[in-house]
Write a protein that binds this ligand. Structure first.
Ligand SMILES: Nc1ncnc2c1ncn2[C@@H]1O[C@H](COP(=O)(O)OP(=O)(O)OP(=O)(O)O)[C@@H](O)[C@H]1O
Ligand SMILES: [Mg+2]
Length: 359
């Protein structure tokens, strides 16, 4: 029997979405499956009118999500900005799932993305046989979102060239896409909008032109404020991911997450928690998402090679993989941290030994 590895959010949370829709008495913007208030409840968690529990998808400031949802109800598009691993793609998927019931209209923008992947392409066999016609035209996710009144997700918008980005200007300001070859145009149905994500740390990005910037409302997703908040996010997501991978979650997950987060936060911020020792930061981001990856990797290793026991040894190689992105510089940064900080810290003896041993 074959099984999908990962289903879209609207399929996984179909029950929650249906319960919210059933008890949703608020006004819905045209083309929306839920009211803005219900969309925020879907993202932040709570309960539907019939008592169905709604799980928390985004952990953080409710007002950010309210701003994002309110933006999508206007004629401006939404740009989620932030360092890597701050749940931009995650929030974008859930917003699309809740608002239009379809999170799959995605364009992954890269330096090689051209206009045909944003606007429309052609089926060349058809084009040669019959000339330009609507049948020969290959719609992109953007075009399908316009025709269906859905949300189109543009991942990593700033990675594609500025000239290609600018093809969005007509779409966003006129809500239509001309097709000069057919002497016609596609008009967006109500409900259509764009959610773009971009991270402000990557090199080689193309700044948005000011004409395009003006058509987006920017919501910045921050790194979690406190260690407790970050630990809570990671424990929750690791639990969900371990379950979907059929990995049994060891009992001490939360304790180890707290230690890994303590180490990552210090390295990321460039000083110890008490602010007394200045540290060098590694070149990688060490985001919440990296910590989630470290824990899931560690749990897999514990399950298959360590009788299910999650120990500093099983986590160390995953941690080194996350910290050491540059084999020379980052190794030195981690080595210095181990000797100046971790060596003397109570409760971290296992990590000091395992990391020193494996680095
Ligand atoms: N505040 C948060 N609330 C809930 N989940 C979070 C939060 N921060 C990070 N995560 C989790 O981190 C993981 C990675 O997030 P995601 O891939 O959306 O990051 P991103 O911001 O798109 O990063 P990138 O810039 O690398 O694409 C997801 O599994 C998400 O659940
Ligand atoms: Mg992303």
């Amino acid at each position: 029997m074959s099984e999908t590895l990962r289903r879209p959010a609207e399929a996984i949370y179909a029950g929650e979405l249906a319960a919210l829709a059933a008890g949703d008495g608020d006004r819905r913007p045209p083309g929306w499956a839920l009211s803005p208030r219900a969309v925020v409840t879907y993202l932040m968690g709570g309960a539907a009118a019939d008592g169905t529990a709604i799980s928390e998808k985004y952990v953080g400031d409710r007002r950010l999500i309210e701003t994002a949802v309110a933006t999508l109800a206007t004629d401006r598009a939404l740009l989620l900005l932030g360092v890597p691993g701050t749940a931009k793609s995650w929030v974008s998927e859930h917003l699309a799932a809740a608002i239009t019931g379809d999170s799959t209209l995605v364009i992954q923008c890269t330096a090689g993305t051209d206009e045909n992947q944003v606007r429309y392409g052609w089926n060349y066999a058809q084009l040669l046989a019959r000339g330009p016609s609507r049948e020969a035209l290959v719609p992109t996710p953007l075009m399908r979102a316009m025709e269906g009144g859905k949300l189109c997700r543009l991942e990593e918008l700033t990675r594609m060239g500025s000239d290609v980005q600018d093809t969005l200007i007509t779409v966003l300001s006129e809500k239509m896409m001309p097709i000069p070859e057919l002497n016609s145009a596609v008009y967006a149905q109500r409900g259509f909008n764009i959610i773009a994500t971009a991270n402000n740390r990557d090199k080689g990005v193309n700044e948005l032109s000011s004409a395009l910037k003006r058509r987006f409302n920017v919501v910045v997703l921050p790194l979690p404020d406190s260690a407790e908040e970050e630990v809570a996010i990671i424990v929750k997501r690791v639990g969900e991911m371990a379950q979907s991978l059929d990995l049994p979650a060891p009992k001490n997950v939360a304790e180890e997450v707290a230690r890994v987060v303590a180490i990552f936060r210090e390295l990321r911020s460039g000083s110890t928690e008490d602010g007394k020792v200045a540290l060098k930061s590694p070149s990688g981001g060490l985001s919440t998402a990296e910590a989630i990856g470290v824990m899931v990797g560690g749990i897999s290793q514990a399950t298959f090679f360590n009788d299910g026991r999650l120990t500093p040894e099983t986590l160390a190689s995953n941690m080194i993989g996350a910290v050491v992105k540059d084999p020379v510089q980052d190794k030195a940064v981690l080595g210095e941290y181990l000797e100046t900080v971790l060596k003397k810290r109570r409760g971290f003896e296992g990590y000091y030994a395992a990391l020193t041993d494996q680095i």
